[in-house]
Write a protein of this length. Structure first.
Length: 400
């Protein structure tokens, strides 16, 4: 039996049902657990705390599967967890062809991300795309894939575990087919009445930013008769939503020509007037300043940049970057204009992000009102004991 015993007083977070055990909290390890092996976590006085997946290479040395002493970690365990997650999504999410079925710790499967894409006009079974980001789910990959195909009826499973966090777990970055047929070059799926091309093999994350679905719908609601600027647009998610909502002009910026080419294909797939859309293959920071200097102004601006802070040591630099783009974003808005601004940096919490945006508004000399706090959809649930799960945060603001 593999047992991890914590140092005195280090059990407090687990008693609050936080699922991570850090290396510096461990007093000793009994047995010789291999990467992903199940260990029993005990307090210094011997109390049972949980069953967890062991990761000898990571600072997060163990990730808890279950706090129930009587629940074994076996194939049946993963079948139950996957079935529950799939049932939850079916009950909570509708009207979209792109859903996050499993969101790691929130679904009791630490380190696992699974998205399900349903193709327009397809057979309805779709394509599952997985990211195995921790030693535990890597060790149980075969059982998890079997549980996924059984619970969803989808035979096609593709892996996109090409994420740097795997290296901290002592795992190589990998991609490839896990079950069923190879995915097509692109899947055309619909969301809020808009069709999108999704490249699950080479696109960002699992091919699409599923987490922004509700926020794209909000942009769609407010875009009518507005001139819209979308920065870091990728394949045009917010841009397409704005066009669907009746925007009279949409300017989109991204530094990937390949992503912009897909965005233009998305315009065609929806039958939108391509004359309304301008696509700029450029650096967003420089282009924002150039647009301001050129006298351009907009009624709605979207700032959805990539992660600026990979860890806490990058927070100061990231804060400056967020302030930079938000400062210019505010300046580019006409009176009464709307700013949708986001951060997906887990190291920057909601309070700090709001403080950064408030500083940008002050420096831009505008009065900005927060209309709504924004985040991911209901298929990205958050454990109350695990605030680290809230990586995406955003604000909808209006200037006077």
């Amino acid at each position: 039996m593999n047992i991890v015993t914590l140092k005195p007083s280090k059990e407090k977070s687990l008693l609050r049902r936080h699922p991570w055990v850090y290396a510096n909290a461990i007093d000793r390890v009994e047995g010789k657990p291999t990467p992903g092996a199940t260990v029993i976590v005990r307090s210094a006085d011997g109390r049972f705390l949980g069953r967890a997946a062991y990761s000898p290479h990571s600072q997060i040395r163990a990730r808890v599967w279950s706090f129930d002493e009587n629940e074994p970690i076996d194939h049946a365990f993963f079948k139950r967890r996957v079935q529950r997650a799939v049932a939850d999504r079916r009950a909570m999410v509708s009207g979209t062809g792109a859903v996050r079925l499993i969101f790691g710790e929130a679904d009791g499967l630490p380190g696992l991300i699974v998205d399900h894409y349903i193709e327009d006009g397809g057979d309805g079974r779709g394509q599952l795309v997985c990211q195995f980001m921790a030693a535990g789910v890597e060790a149980w990959k075969e059982a998890i894939v079997a549980a996924l195909t059984s619970a969803t009826g989808c035979p096609n499973v593709y892996e996109r575990s090409d994420v740097s966090i795997r290296e901290k777990e002592g795992l190589e970055q990998i991609t490839g087919l896990l079950a069923g047929d190879e995915p097509p070059a692109t899947i055309i799926t619909s969301e809020n009445g808009v069709r999108y091309h999704v490249d699950v093999r080479n696109g960002h994350k699992t091919g699409f930013y599923v987490d922004q679905r509700d926020n794209r719908a909000l942009v769609q609601t407010y875009a009518r008769e507005r001139e819209v600027l979308n920065c870091f647009c990728y394949t045009g998610g917010f841009s397409l939503a704005a066009m669907k909502g009746g925007a009279k002009r949409v300017v989109s910026i991204d530094s990937s020509g390949e992503a912009l080419a897909t965005a233009q294909k998305n315009v065609e797939a929806n039958g939108f007037d391509s004359a309304l859309a301008t696509w700029l293959d450029a650096d967003a920071f420089k282009t924002l300043r150039r647009l301001y200097d050129d006298g351009e102004r907009f009624d709605l601006v979207v700032l959805d940049p990539p992660k600026f802070a990979a860890s806490r040591e990058h927070v100061d630099r990231a804060a400056r970057a967020y302030k930079d783009i938000n400062l210019t974003g505010f300046k580019l808005l006409r009176p009464g204009g709307l700013l949708f601004t986001y951060s997906c940096s887990g190291a920057i919490d909601s309070a700090l992000f709001q403080k950064i945006v408030a500083g940008a508004a002050a420096d831009a000399r505008v009065d900005a009102r927060i209309l709504k706090r924004l985040g991911a959809g209901v298929d990205h649930p958050l454990l109350t004991a695990f605030p680290e799960g809230e990586y995406l945060k955003g604000l909808l603001l209006q200037i006077a």
